[in-house]
Design a protein around this ligand. Structure first.
Ligand code: CAA
Length: 283
């Protein structure tokens, strides 16, 4: 199936990045937020990112306006009625995601594919809130979306082959490599990444090393672009905690249990870069 128009629900950090990449790859893109203020902020992030690309000589001024012309911001899901593919990137809240999908199910034509950018919730549970569960899958992007080359495609036990193949072609058309994961918490990347991040926190907690030495160890010793504590701050400590809890709930393996230091920092509101304080200070 040919995708021409893409809808992105949610214009936060992930949604704005996904909408930008879709518009830059030639798709007519509709992106929504729950109110005008959040929409303006999200579109502002896209504008800033495109302007930075122009400044760095990676994009021409003309290409920038072409991309912006392909983007339409809205506060109404009614504007998704011409979308061939919808990517949901709202809060990690199952009730909210199910509400979005069941609303879209009544608005979008039968051929529209629904996908979720969730990093750990059950895609099947979202799929069964629609009358087209075979056309629902996960498309999990990575932050920062314009830079990261991966999309995890999550196939549920109901997703059909046509939907999977269309999703593969679509993610490749964005210049991304795709990998196929089963619908279980953490999929592939977070299944491996999360225990590593939690172990780094346990090492810090047990005073086994300083935060700088833990991060330098992995940056300089393993060529990672960021150490695990800096990366946790970058992802958001609330998000790491949420993913860890979802995985622990499913697998009951202590390696996924959130360490005390993480739970306390989340309770204190030290959520990482977005709040100016996490394992490091960003103010
Ligand atoms: N938008 C567009 N481009 C961006 C960008 C953004 N938000 N942030 C950085 N870039 C570009 C820069 O323009 C620069 O491009 P050029 O080299 O062509 O000039 C390049 O990326 C490098 O950026 P910087 O020089 O500013 O900074 P850096 O070298 O320190 O890289 C980084 C920054 C790309 C974030 C790098 O540190 C990195 O890759 N970190 C790891 C990120 C990661 O692991 N993300 C996955 C998190 S897990 C997740 O998202 C999923 C989940 O479910 C939790």
């Amino acid at each position: 199936m040919a995708i021409k128009t893409v809808g992105v629900v949610g214009c936060g950090l992930m949604g704005s990045g996904i909408a930008q990449v879709c518009a830059q790859s030639g798709y007519q893109t509709v992106v929504s937020e729950i109110n005008k203020e959040l929409l303006d902020r999200g579109i502002g992030m896209i504008n800033a990112s495109l302007s930075k690309a122009v400044e760095r000589g990676k994009l021409t001024e003309e290409a920038r306006s072409t991309v912006l012309n392909r983007l339409k911001g809205t506060v109404s899901l009614e504007d998704f009625r011409e979308c061939d593919l919808v990517i949901e990137a709202v809060l990690e809240d199952m009730n909210e995601k199910r509400r979005v999908f069941s609303t879209l199910d009544k608005i979008c034509p039968p051929h529209t594919i629904f996908s979720s950018n969730t990093s750990c919730l059950s895609v099947l549970e979202m799929a069964v809130s629609t009358k087209r569960p075979q056309k629902v899958l996960g498309l999990h992007f990575f932050n920062p979306v314009p830079v990261m080359k991966l999309v995890e495609i999550v196939r549920t036990i109901i997703t059909d082959d046509d939907t999977l193949n269309t999703a593969k072609q679509f993610s490749e058309s964005l210049g991304k490599k795709n990998i196929i994961a089963k619908d279980q918490p953490g999929f592939i990347v977070n299944r491996l990444l999360t225990p590593y991040l939690l172990d780094a926190m346990r090492l810090l907690e047990s005073a086994g090393a300083t935060r700088e030495d833990i991060d330098d160890g992995m940056v300089l010793g393993c060529n990672h672009p960021m150490g695990p504590l800096a990366l946790s701050d970058f992802i958001g400590l609330d998000t790491v905690n949420f993913i860890a809890n979802a995985m622990y709930e499913e697998f009951k393996d202590p390696k996924y249990a959130a360490p005390t230091i993480l739970r306390k920092m989340v309770a204190a509101g030290y959520l990482g870069r977005k709040k100016g304080k996490g394992f490091y200070d960003y103010k």
